[in-house]
Design a protein around this ligand. Structure first.
Ligand code: NAD
Length: 266
């Protein structure tokens, strides 16, 4: 068969993006980007296993989704926590998709030497992603399929002041994504990352800010990218859906940047 004879199924152009019957673990699902991904995956047929340390937010996400969602409250960052989450998910069925979305921001100059903030940032943004990847890959590789998606950040590519620990953790996530893509590829496990730019969530625009301060912060973010619009969790969720679904079946080891073009501006 020559390439032009490849049988493209044009009868269901969006069918490859559905996740009917797939089981997806999503961390950081109590809020923001994780919540957006959970809602989108459930809307296209997935059963979603939600995890976060914020029990109230997690319950709200689960309630909004309904019967397709189950929730597991956990402080993530250790092998043990990831294994317990995986074991919980497997009571529903084999895990097809694992999204490492939980994360925190931190802002300290290197010279401050804030050890507590440094360790906390690495523990969730880097360690939790590593152990989540490990728990997922150990289960997916023997089954011969699976998609792992890590939420990275534009910070991995830049050098913004006070973001050393955060930027380091996200650069580590990009490296882990490439290594595990190489390890898991022959077993049919795909591993990719989505690196958002400024996305309107609790992390960037906390709800305790005044309406005027929120607007100002969003307007400021819009100025930092060529596209004259703000980014929302849905924008990240669309990229995650592409990577999770059969639409992304030939894509692994990639970092998809969803940032309005902001990385093109120094
Ligand atoms: N919002 C942005 O502009 C932006 C940009 C780039 C990357 N990101 C990344 O996107 C991901 C989601 O961030 P968001 O903007 O939705 O923020 P968010 O604060 O709305 O959501 C993060 C979630 O992670 C959870 N979490 C944090 N530490 C945890 C832990 N130890 N165990 C379990 N859960 C924990 C929080 O409770 C929260 O629900 C993070 O990895 C963040 O670094 C966000």
């Amino acid at each position: 068969m020559t390439p032009v004879d490849y049988p493209l199924d044009a009868s269901r152009p969006l069918g490859a993006l559905r996740l009917d019957g797939r089981i997806a673990v999503i961390t950081g699902a109590a809020s923001g980007i994780g919540r957006g991904i959970a809602q989108m995956f459930a809307a296209v047929g997935a059963r979603v296993v939600l995890s976060d340390r914020n029990a109230q937010g997690l319950a709200e996400t689960a309630r909004a989704i309904g019967a397709a969602a189950v929730a597991h409250v956990a402080e993530l960052g250790t092998k043990d926590a990831a294994e317990r989450l995986a074991a919980f998910a497997e009571t529903i069925g084999p895990i097809d998709i694992w999204v490492n979305g939980a994360g925190i921001g931190s802002a300290n100059a290197v010279s401050e030497g804030n050890e507590e903030a440094y360790r906390r940032t690495i523990a969730i943004n880097q360690d939790a992603v590593f152990w989540g990847c490990s728990a997922a890959a150990r289960r997916m590789e023997p089954r011969g399929s699976g998609s792992i998606i890590n939420i990275s950040s534009i910070a991995a590519d830049k050098g913004d002041r006070k973001l050393a620990a955060y930027s380091m953790s996200k650069a580590a996530v990009n490296a882990l994504t490439r290594v595990l893509a190489n390890e898991g590829g022959p077993a049919g496990v795909r591993v990719n990352a989505v690196a958002p730019g400024f996305i309107v969530t609790e992390m960037t625009v906390p709800s305790d800010l005044s309406a005027a301060a929120r607007e100002a912060r969003i307007a400021q973010s819009v100025k930092r990218a060529p596209l004259p619009i703000a980014g929302y969790p849905e924008d990240v969720a669309h990229a995650a859906l592409y990577l999770a679904s059969d639409a992304g079946r030939y894509v692994t080891g990639q970092v998809i940047r969803v940032n309005g073009g902001a990385t093109m501006i120094p």
